[in-house]
Design a protein around this ligand. Structure first.
Ligand code: MG
Length: 242
């Protein structure tokens, strides 16, 4: 209990604000869906077709960035050349196609219960994802439509600069009803996404659902860190009630 109080006090002091949450902004992959292992396979298989080697660590370390930005970075790093957005988008399309041919990723335990409690507490549920995959976005409204309004979803299509820039979360706050950063809680699993949430000035909760060490997430200075969504669910009332 002390840790949560301390985390909120520290947030208020750091940003010179008073935490007063009205919305939760969830990342999608690795937070709502246990989809990252499938993404890792799809990334590795697709990039291999273009002579690009990608480790599982590369996949997790670049998670949250817009897909075609990751492609451009990999080509630059391994081939030393700059490619056009169009070329990168075509390569990312190969990755998307492999991903969608795989079985659907399960929803993490605790997610739906958490959305219900968020709604019960009078806060809104929002999703902010670097994904530009239309089928997954349609799946969001199918799976979570009870709590999540379609206009509370922000995707790679909606911003010029993806995570780690703050733009996706700032856009998410705007869509949540023109909220200020201290009125939003960001929930993220990836270093670039945590960076984006903190850069937007939001109280940022990390959930380390993947294989990266906690230190890779903590270096981005999240306000709280959990290992599972069910642990976050267990602390939920204390986070918003304090
Ligand atoms: Mg994620």
């Amino acid at each position: 209990m002390m840790d949560i109080k301390r985390a909120i006090n520290s947030y208020n002091t750091t940003f010179g604000v008073e935490f007063h949450p009205k919305a939760v902004l969830f990342d999608m992959d690795g937070v709502l869906y246990d989809s990252m292992p499938r993404h890792a396979i799809a990334w590795q298989k697709s990039m291999a077709q273009f002579g690009i080697h990608m480790t599982a660590h590369d996949v997790y370390a670049t998670e949250g960035a817009r897909g075609f930005d990751t492609v451009k970075m990999l080509v630059k790093r391994q081939k030393g050349t700059d490619i056009s957005d169009e070329k990168a988008k075509a390569m990312y399309e190969v990755k998307s196609n492999i991903f969608h041919a795989m079985p659907e990723a399960p929803i993490f335990d605790g997610v739906k219960e958490l959305m219900q409690r968020i709604t019960d507490a009078g806060l809104s549920v929002n999703v902010v994802t670097g994904s530009a995959q239309k089928p997954l976005i349609a799946r969001l409204t199918h799976d979570f439509g009870q709590w999540l309004a379609p206009d509370h979803i922000t995707t790679a299509y909606d911003v010029d600069r993806g995570k780690p820039d703050p733009d996706p979360y700032l856009t998410g706050l705007r869509r949540a009803g023109g909220l200020k950063p201290w009125q939003g809680i960001v929930v993220e699993n990836a270093p670039l996404g945590i960076h984006a949430g903190v850069a937007a000035g939001c109280f940022t909760i990390a959930v380390n659902s993947g294989p990266l060490p906690d230190s890779d997430l903590l270096v981005e200075k999240p306000n709280l860190l959990y290992q599972k969504m069910t642990e976050l669910l267990g602390d939920w009332e204390r986070i918003i009630g304090s």
